[in-house]
Design a protein around this ligand. Structure first.
Ligand code: GCW
Length: 632
């Protein structure tokens, strides 16, 4: 294979990196004469965004793009297709402009909700300076089109507050340079109270001129060192993090203040909408956490500066296995938006249980918000509803750590890979993405169907043995793995199931409940409000029903709970029975890794089954119609 890059001057660090990548992968120097090459990269201003791959003849492929980063992406696309030797003319344009991974890494080396070892960036309040590891990671992210990364946890603890100080910025720059070569912009999560925490001012009031000046000076300092710095990610007035509410200011005033400090440098503020009352009283049935994002942000539509983007969790509560889509999507008309997902498996099995999340994301992204004609699917919301589309997109909390295989459970790699792929093209199916990942990871497999069967059913299996019918939570408090049905029931976090001797579920209707349903467009409101049209998988999210309520498939709620929990365990047993077919095909370390995790998954599933079935049998007094073993 002979490669040529046009123009072949390499002042741009990304172009230089493309050259290095080609030389690394093909162990050959670029040729100096274009006509001798069979793969030619061309900077062409007319091909924007994305890239164009043209097959000239059997021997020659040309990849064209306006931006060097797109040429690099074109190279990875070339690699992907080289394996299948499949080159047709293709124009690749990303669905989303911002395609981001958020790290919840702390400076001490721990990772909030991390399940794959310690941070790849930090240890003991110092930078790890592991150039090679970070480079491999940057390459992986770039190869699936990720173009933004936040380097630290949105909960900004004491030491992390000073990441934006001269003391640490040189090391931030070290990371920014590595990611920058791969076309990935680095952002930092900042503490809204920084002017106070730094000891410089007595207030962080966004309308105070000294505060504004403080941030301006800070921004200047950062950009002097890191000219391509992405900007700030902010969790404000949420779960104890400081924010503008302390000064009687709203979130637009808070976000715009930061945005104005960054604007001269073309930086952006990504401002999270995960703002809710975390001091609820279980007895108060009028307050509803699901309503919070909409209640706090809808009235601010149109009040945010052009370089502010709201980062909105895909559902109204918190990355549960099953939740409806957040009603702000489609309703917001004049605000830049990012949809936030969670690749790290906080509520979805801790990377112990196999859970191929693409199933969930595909469904969520294809949800019709009913805010458009003939439809407005969630995947199209960021681009079509953001006044500055290039400041919109998707983000996800990442799942890597210092484990040898990066993700703890080897198969959890597929979620990171897949997130990048759907961020680029939301119409790729979970099956397609899985096939790509399997091919790239394991090569040709004789028992490909086995691994596919396990992974493609894994999301449904996990849902089957955990919280039923969209009710959510019921997880062990704090760590969020394994069952604890009442663990969050009487607590302050707004996470209730309201199970009693007659039934369970949260009444979020207008008629008799919290009125949350009214936050949706008319057609969705009507669908969710009415018990007969509400989809079963979300029934308990929207309604409180008796155990004897009959679902669309003719089963009662209680029988559904029993059946799914027995079936979920059987599924995991099946996975364990199937897995040994792969023993001779996979590297022993990967084979064992998954086997060991599957054994732990089985324990978890059994625990869920028995706790759930026992709890609801005792509550309802209704026996299983198949008389299976329930511990009374
Ligand atoms: O659900 C919560 C998680 C927290 C997380 C928070 C958030 C970073 O349990 O660990 O904090 O979501 O998204 O801010």
């Amino acid at each position: 294979m002979r490669f040529y890059i046009k123009p072949n001057i390499f002042e741009d660090s990304i172009l230089l990196n493309l050259k290095n990548e080609i030389e690394t992968f093909f162990q050959a120097k670029l040729v100096t004469v274009e006509s001798e090459a069979n793969v030619v990269f061309v900077l062409d201003k007319s091909i924007y965004p994305g890239y164009l791959v043209k097959k000239m003849n059997q021997e020659k492929v040309i990849i064209l793009a306006a931006e060097t980063v797109s040429l690099l992406q074109g190279f990875y696309y070339y690699l992907l297709n080289l394996i299948n030797n499949d080159f047709n003319d293709v124009r690749q344009t990303p669905n989303q402009a911002i395609r981001m991974i958020d790290h919840w890494d702390n400076f001490d080396g721990t990772i909030e909700r991390g399940y794959a070892g310690r941070s790849i960036f930090y240890e003991n309040n110092q930078f790890l300076d592991d150039y090679n590891r970070v480079k491999m990671y940057a390459r992986m992210l770039a190869s699936v089109g990720i173009n933004y990364i936040a380097l630290n946890n949105v909960n900004v603890h004491h030491e992390e507050t000073f990441l934006i100080s001269a003391k640490h910025l040189a090391k931030v720059k070290f990371l920014a340079d590595i990611f920058g070569k791969f076309g990935i912009k680095v952002m930092l999560s900042v503490n809204f109270a920084s002017p106070i925490r730094f000891g410089d001012l007595k207030t962080a009031d966004p309308l105070d001129e000294q505060v504004q000046q403080w941030w301006q000076t800070r921004a200047n300092l950062i950009y002097d060192l890191i000219p391509d710095f992405g900007g700030f990610l902010v969790k404000a007035d949420s779960e104890g993090e400081p924010g503008p509410f302390a000064y009687g200011r709203d979130h637009a005033q808070g976000a715009n203040m930061l945005a104005r400090a960054l604007a001269p440098h073309h930086g952006i503020v990504i401002w999270r909408t995960f703002v809710y009352n975390a001091h609820q009283d279980w007895r108060d049935r009028t307050t509803d956490r699901a309503r919070a994002a909409y209640d706090n942000f809808m009235a601010l539509d149109g009040k945010f500066d052009d370089n502010v983007t709201l980062q909105i969790k895909f559902g109204p509560i918190d990355f549960q296995t099953r939740e409806p889509v957040q009603p702000l999507f489609g309703a917001l008309e004049k605000t830049n938006q990012i949809i936030e997902f969670q690749v790290t498996q906080e509520y979805t099995g801790h990377q112990i249980d196999i859970n191929y999340l693409l199933q969930q994301w595909y469904e969520v992204l294809h949800f019709d918000t009913k805010h458009g004609q003939p439809e407005l699917l969630l995947k199209d919301v960021p681009q079509t509803k953001s006044p500055v589309p290039q400041n919109s997109g998707v983000a996800a909390v990442g799942n890597v750590g210092r484990d040898d295989n990066w993700t703890g459970n080897k198969l959890a790699q597929a979620n990171l890979y897949g997130f990048g792929r759907i961020a680029w093209d939301a119409d790729l199916t979970p099956e397609q993405i899985l096939s790509e990942w399997l091919q790239l990871t394991f090569g040709k497999l004789e028992h490909l169907d086995v691994i596919k069967e396990i992974m493609l059913s894994s999301n449904a299996t996990y849902e089957a043995y955990t919280a039923p019918l969209g009710v959510g939570f019921m997880v062990t408090p704090q760590n969020h793995y394994g069952p604890s049905i009442d663990g969050y029931e009487f607590d302050r976090w707004g996470t209730y199931h309201f199970a009693d001797r007659n039934g369970l579920g949260v009444d979020r209707t207008v008629k008799t409940g919290t009125g949350y349903t009214r936050q949706y467009a008319d057609a969705n409101y009507a669908k969710y409000e009415d018990l007969t049209t509400c989809p079963d998988e979300l029934l308990l999210f929207f309604h409180h029903v008796d155990y004897t309520h009959v679902l669309h498939d003719g089963k009662t709620v209680i029988q559904h709970i029993y059946d799914t929990h027995f079936e979920g365990v059987e599924k995991v047993k099946q996975y364990l029975a199937l897995w040994p077919q792969l023993e001779d095909e996979l590297a022993p370390i990967d084979y064992q890794n998954v086997l060991e995790h599957l054994n732990r998954q089985l324990k978890n599933a059994v625990e869920w089954r028995d706790q759930m079935n026992t709890f609801f049998y005792r509550m309802s007094g209704i026996p299983d119609n198949q008389e299976r073993k329930i511990y009374a």
